[in-house]
Design a protein around this ligand. Structure first.
Ligand code: FE2
Ligand code: FE2
Length: 135
């Protein structure tokens, strides 16, 4: 579960590394659930996934702005939707619910986002001469 696959590569190294890290964090959370780790540990791991996701979306949004990406608005609105889903899972978790399925659904939506929306950004970025690197 939450296995990285090189088919997900978008061709921008820094972005690809962040995507891989997102999968690692999701896997860590899942493994901790399976291993029946306590709430404090799960809380920490879910929080790490939420924070990393936020940082990653900001990196992509800055990159889109910096290279005047024409699909910036649509791409960012997908980020908003994904953020909201993750925030809901975190809220449910804080209320004592099991959110493994929601995190799984989030990762599956994120994977769909990576393989279509992020991929188009990667393609655009490669065609731009002197395009700035993600920061
Ligand atoms: Fe991404
Ligand atoms: Fe994205």
């Amino acid at each position: 579960m939450f296995e990285w696959n090189d088919d997900y590569l978008v061709g921008v190294t820094a972005i690809d590394e962040q995507h891989k890290q997102l999968f690692r964090l999701a896997r860590r959370f899942h493994d901790a659930v399976v291993a029946n780790k306590g709430k404090a540990m799960l809380d920490e791991l879910l929080d790490a996934l939420v924070r990393y996701t936020e940082g990653h979306f900001q990196v992509e949004e800055r990159l889109m702005m910096a290279c005047h990406y024409p699909e910036h608005e649509q791409h960012s609105s997908e980020h908003r939707d994904l953020r909201a889903r993750l925030a809901t899972s975190e809220e449910r978790f804080e209320n004592g619910e099991t959110v493994t399925i929601q995190v799984l659904q989030f990762m599956s939506r994120l994977t769909a986002h990576i393989t279509s929306t992020d991929l188009r950004l990667g393609d655009y970025h490669r065609t731009q001469k002197d395009a700035p690197n993600p920061v």
